[in-house]
Design a protein around this ligand. Structure first.
Ligand code: ADP
Ligand code: ADP
Length: 226
């Protein structure tokens, strides 16, 4: 079963914008997958539909075989989402950010405490676990967003332009973390408009433009066509 299967997905916003014009793609379990495309191509719309933030106009989405519409709760449990904006409470300590998030998703407190330590260590944030979130560097804040999404132990981690507007050093730190996460078995999908980011991280990719998939396949094969 694919980690993600999207079939003939269409989205027309209320104002008439056709953001997705029949998108189909498939992501294998364990893959590190890039959805690459220019601004306005439809990346956020696609990610939004997959993670149930946006309703599709038509089409099918399955997460590890689970229908996103018919079994929404089950599908959502398989997904961890890292939004573009830093939306954690800056006046909380990273440890509390993670524990509170886990609590929101019904994870027992004892388990949440253990996981929070694990995830903060993996994200190289343990030394900052008990300092105010707003004092973290830009890179640390980004990694905290990733650590938080992992608290529910998702099988599929989705990141919407995780490195948009961040400098190369911060990007490298995030790339290392994402590579670790993928190596540990989590399927990772990220959207980006940086080809070099997709190239250095991902095994497979799809290129989306004006709401259509224009290329889809292994990195080398797609790059050879560009
Ligand atoms: P990307 O993430 O690749 O930049 P988006 O999915 O954000 O692309 O946008 C795809 C198209 O849909 C763009 O033309 C954008 O202006 C339009 N769009 C996005 N969100 C909305 C919305 N809420 N209402 C109307 N149009 C939207
Ligand atoms: P609703 O309140 O509409 O039932 P949910 O409780 O399923 O929605 O989700 C609330 C928000 O959290 C949504 O934006 C959803 O996309 C997001 N979300 C749900 N599950 C996860 C998860 N495992 N990791 C990250 N974000 C999630």
């Amino acid at each position: 079963t694919p980690a993600l299967e999207v079939r003939d997905l269409r989205k027309i916003y209320d104002n008439g914008t056709e953001a997705l014009k029949g998108v189909s793609l498939s992501v294998a379990p364990g893959d590190f997958f890039a959805l690459l495309g220019p601004n306005g191509a439809g990346k956020s719309t696609l990610i939004g539909i997959v993670s149930s933030l946006v309703n599709a106009s038509s089409g099918e989405v399955r997460i590890f075989g689970v229908d996103r519409l018919a079994q929404r709760e089950d599908a959502m449990r398989l997904i961890g989402l890292v939004p573009q904006e830093l939306n954690f409470n800056m006046f909380e300590k990273p440890f509390d950010v993670l524990v509170n998030y886990a609590g929101f998703y019904g994870i027992p407190r004892a388990q949440a405490l253990v996981r929070a330590e694990e995830e903060l260590k993996r994200a190289q944030l343990w030394p900052k676990a008990f300092t105010m979130g707003r004092t973290l560097s830009g890179g640390m804040k980004r990694r905290l967003m990733i650590a938080r999404a992992l608290m529910t132990r998702p099988r599929l981690l989705i990141l919407d332009e995780p490195t948009a507007g961040v400098d190369i050093e911060i990007r490298r730190g995030m790339w290392d973390l994402l590579s670790d996460i993928n190596a540990a078995g989590t399927t990772v999908i990220l959207t980006t408009h940086y080809l070099e980011e997709a190239e250095s991280l991902c095994r497979n990719l799809a290129i989306i433009d004006h709401g259509r998939i224009v290329e889809h396949g292994p990195m080398k094969q797609v790059l050879a066509k560009l």
